[in-house]
Design a protein around this ligand. Structure first.
Ligand SMILES: [Ca+2]
Ligand SMILES: [Ca+2]
Ligand SMILES: [Ca+2]
Length: 150
């Protein structure tokens, strides 16, 4: 029974992987609220994500390798060594971002993904997002995650 539950949970994690990666992205998103009005608008978001891209691009070649993309977001959260499933999950997410399949995530590819993240969070389509709206947009997934971590 327990075994079944664990297997089912694992499936859930795999299914929700992009959303979880996104959730990590969204954590602390209000730091992008440059003018402090309590919302992150598209311009603030784009500026923040460009800065993030530059940070992630540690060898400064203008594109992200898989290692660079995940260097600051360890797959395992608290674990130091990511397990196979998490590595697979990251690989899948990386392939999703690498739309021209050249093995790197270019700035355009990176920003296209962050733009999708923004659109997904912007439930009322007013061009501004905040933590509450994002949380609502991603509703069930973080809850699943919390349950799994318990
Ligand atoms: Ca703002
Ligand atoms: Ca790079
Ligand atoms: Ca690419």
């Amino acid at each position: 029974m327990m075994k079944f539950f664990i297997a089912a949970s694992a499936l859930l994690v795999v299914a929700a992987a992009p959303a979880l990666a996104q959730d990590r992205t969204n954590r602390g998103m209000m730091r992008y609220d440059a003018n402090g009005d309590g919302f992150v608008d598209r311009a603030e978001w784009a500026a923040g994500q460009e800065a993030r891209f530059r940070q992630l691009d540690t060898d400064k070649d203008g594109k992200l390798s898989q290692d660079e993309l995940f260097a600051r977001t360890p797959a395992a959260g608290r674990n130091v060594v990511p397990d196979d499933r998490q590595v697979q999950r990251q690989a899948r997410f990386f392939r999703e971002l690498d739309t021209d399949k050249d093995g790197f995530v270019s700035k355009a590819e990176f920003l296209a993904q962050t733009e999708r993240n923004f659109a997904r969070c912007d439930l009322d389509k007013d061009g501004r997002i905040n933590t509450a709206e994002c949380r609502q947009a991603l509703q069930r997934r973080p809850a699943d995650k919390a349950r799994l971590e318990r």
